[in-house]
Design a protein around this ligand. Structure first.
Ligand SMILES: C[S@@+](CC[C@H](N)C(=O)[O-])C[C@H]1O[C@@H](n2cnc3c(N)ncnc32)[C@H](O)[C@@H]1O
Length: 224
């Protein structure tokens, strides 16, 4: 899949919005690798949580143009705005909604769910401030911190999503989730198996200082 243009986003934008990095590109590569599967799935609704600059959902929206509705969410209003601009600049059709995770969506409606969460292990205090800020309409200097700060085990936001996953994914839905080794992917796989999901490490990449992987999650009841 082509990496969308981001030349409309300035260095000032990237002071508030997460700039695409190795983690973003790994998620893009995983989607590229699974395009045949996605073509067969013919998803009606694809959603990226925490879309940041919007490069990932824009790339997918272009690829699946014609048969999928694509949506992006982010708690950071500047990220929602950047996502809209990236989609427009690249000729992709999608909507961008400011909300936490999938809070604004109909239950069990999402066929393809993407999330590159704030995954870095930090103190939990970082996130308490995030909850306060996320109620404000304005963007703050701390938005960038909230794009990577993950609290204990780098899992605070991810764990909220995992608890809600059964209510978010459609019966044939699939989740592509980016994780760091420190997020304990094996523990997450076991947890999901207990909830009747099938989770596999779909792609892995070592970069200086980080060992990243993409978890692919489907319902056990879904045909593979
Ligand atoms: C690591 S960045 C990923 C950005 C983009 N998806 C990418 O891969 O380049 C994480 C994004 O999640 C957003 N985020 C953090 N907590 C969130 C939440 N509870 N609901 C929605 N978005 C959230 C941040 O604002 C940030 O844009």
């Amino acid at each position: 899949m082509e990496t969308p243009y981001t030349d409309h986003l300035s260095p000032e934008d990237f002071e508030h919005v997460y700039e695409p990095a190795e983690d973003s590109f790994l998620l893009l590569d995983a989607l590229e690798k699974d395009l045949e599967y996605l073509d067969r799935l013919q998803p009606r609704l694809c959603v990226e949580l925490g879309s940041g600059s919007g490069v990932i959902i824009t790339a997918l929206a272009k690829k699946l143009a014609g048969f999928s509705l694509c949506l992006a969410t982010d708690i950071n209003p500047k990220a929602c705005n950047a996502t809209r601009r990236t989609a427009t600049r690249n000729g992709a059709r999608l909507d961008s909604i400011r909300c936490s995770l999938a809070d604004a969506l109909r239950p069990r409606s999402v066929d393809v769910l993407l999330f590159n969460p704030p995954y870095v292990v930090t103190s939990d205090e970082e996130l308490q401030t995030q909850q306060f800020d996320s109620h404000s309409e304005s963007s703050t200097d701390r938005n960038l911190v909230f794009s990577w700060a993950g609290g204990q085990d780098g899992r605070r936001v991810t764990d909220i999503l995992l608890k809600q996953l059964d209510d978010i994914l459609s019966p044939r839905g699939v989740l592509y989730l980016l994780l760091l080794r420190e997020n304990k992917p094996e523990e997450i796989i076991k947890y999901l198996e207990g909830l009747q999901f099938r989770a596999v490490k779909f792609m892995e990449r070592r970069i200086p200082g980080e060992h990243l992987c993409i978890l692919k999650v489907t319902r056990c009841s879904a045909s593979s």
